[in-house]
Ligand binder design. Structure first.
Ligand code: UD1
Length: 353
């Protein structure tokens, strides 16, 4: 039997690992989990393991926070002896975080095969750290498992051999649909999810929160909206820190720290619209049929714009009008491969090679 070694490190990785792990367990595959410890706070990490049914990691590298170089270097140093000792048939990496790229570099240099779940996404914006991570990881990986057809096309255009590209669909939507069902949430037949007219906000990208003047403009726009509607803003630690450091007045915006996945989903479903810069929420809102406004000039997930509910809003000042113009009467669209069965397709692709 083959051994699959999964590398995860940051919050968005965990809902992607869960369905793959479950599918592997059903088939009796030997599975090892390396958690790099890039995210370590309870709500950024541990709560996911328990609530998504992922067993405790086999190895925790405890790399913690740091500059990009420091984080990458720590993952590389600490994962190398584990890979040397375990020599798995596949090293499976997810998404676009620093841990993903770092583990891929080490694995290929040891002659191990790397599979990238969520391959082929591109924002064409190299100021995003994630874009660098995606480019490096895809160039190195032996198996490119894609979430959408545009990703297949992109990889082919970049010269990746077709034999290495496998369309599997979106694993994170497996987790989303499973959680919605577990929480007993059900959409009324033929109607959209009922809304309480609130606005749900999440923001953490350096391009939005690290740029002081832009972040001020965003908070000003959201405070304006909050005078008329409930604006809920569960904030990533990076965002909380920026608000404190800049001494920003958030007005009537209801702020909190990061919240567990099962608390976030009901808020998404009730929202009039979600305002975000998260990749995951662009996908989740699209899969559920909840309108999404993405505070960015680009997205590496164009299928959420062409087939889903996502709209790009590059300028913060345009946000109030975009919120007011949101049509909340949509039913969830159907996106190919976003069907709750992507985890199984990932494991089939790995075991077939
Ligand atoms: C990382 C990913 C990003 C992903 C995001 C989701 C990279 C390059 N970025 O960004 O793609 O969308 O995770 O959450 O890998 N911190 C804590 N507790 C934690 C983790 C972080 O307090 O558990 C704080 C630290 O002050 C840290 C800051 O948050 O400096 C940023 O963390 P970091 O892991 O560097 O990147 P993220 O912004 O979380």
């Amino acid at each position: 039997m083959k051994t699959l070694l999964y590398v995860v490190g940051a919050r968005p990785n965990f809902p992607k690992l869960a369905p793959v792990y479950r599918a592997g367990a059903e088939l009796g595959v030997r599975q090892l989990i390396v958690h790099t410890g890039q995210h370590y706070d309870e709500e950024m990490s541990n709560s996911f393991f328990s609530s998504l049914g992922i067993p405790a990691p086999t190895f925790n590298l405890e790399i913690g926070s740091g500059t990009h170089a420091a984080q990458t270097a720590r993952v590389m140093e600490r994962i190398e002896p584990i890979l040397v000792e375990q020599r798995p048939d596949w090293v499976v990496v997810f998404g676009d975080v620093n841990s993903t790229m770092a583990a891929s570099i080490v694995a290929v240099k040891l002659g191990l095969r790397v599979a990238h779940v969520e391959a082929g996404l591109r924002s064409d914006d190299r100021t995003m750290p994630e874009e660098i991570n995606r480019l490096v990881t895809d160039r190195l990986a032996d198996l490119l498992l894609t979430p959408s057809r545009d990703a297949d096309e992109r990889l082919k255009a970049e010269g990746e051999p077709e034999s290495e590209i496998v369309f599997v669909g979106n694993v994170m939507i497996d987790t989303l649909f499973r959680k919605v069902a577990e929480l007993g949430l059900e959409r009324p037949e033929g109607r959209p999810w009922p809304s309480d007219a609130s606005i749900l906000v999440t923001l953490h990208r350096p391009s939005n929160v690290d740029d002081a003047s832009r972040f001020r403009r965003i908070i000003a726009a959201l405070s304006q909206v909050a005078k008329e509607r409930r604006v809920l803003f569960p904030a990533h630690p990076r965002t909380q820190k920026r608000i404190a450091d800049l001494g920003l007045d958030v007005g009537d915006i209801e702020m909190s720290g990061p919240i567990p996945y099962e608390c976030l989903i009901p808020l998404v479903l009730r929202a009039h619209v979600v305002v975000t810069d998260s990749g995951g929420l662009q996908e989740e809102t699209s899969a559920l049929g909840i309108p999404c406004l993405t505070l960015r000039a680009n997205t590496e997930r164009p299928v959420t714009v062409t087939h889903g509910t996502n709209r790009l809003v590059p300028e913060p000042e345009d946000l109030p009008a975009a919120i007011a113009a949101t049509d909340r009467s949509q039913l969830p669209p159907t996106i190919e491969g976003w069907d709750g069965d992507a985890g199984r397709r990932v494991v089939s692709a790995l075991l077939a090679r």
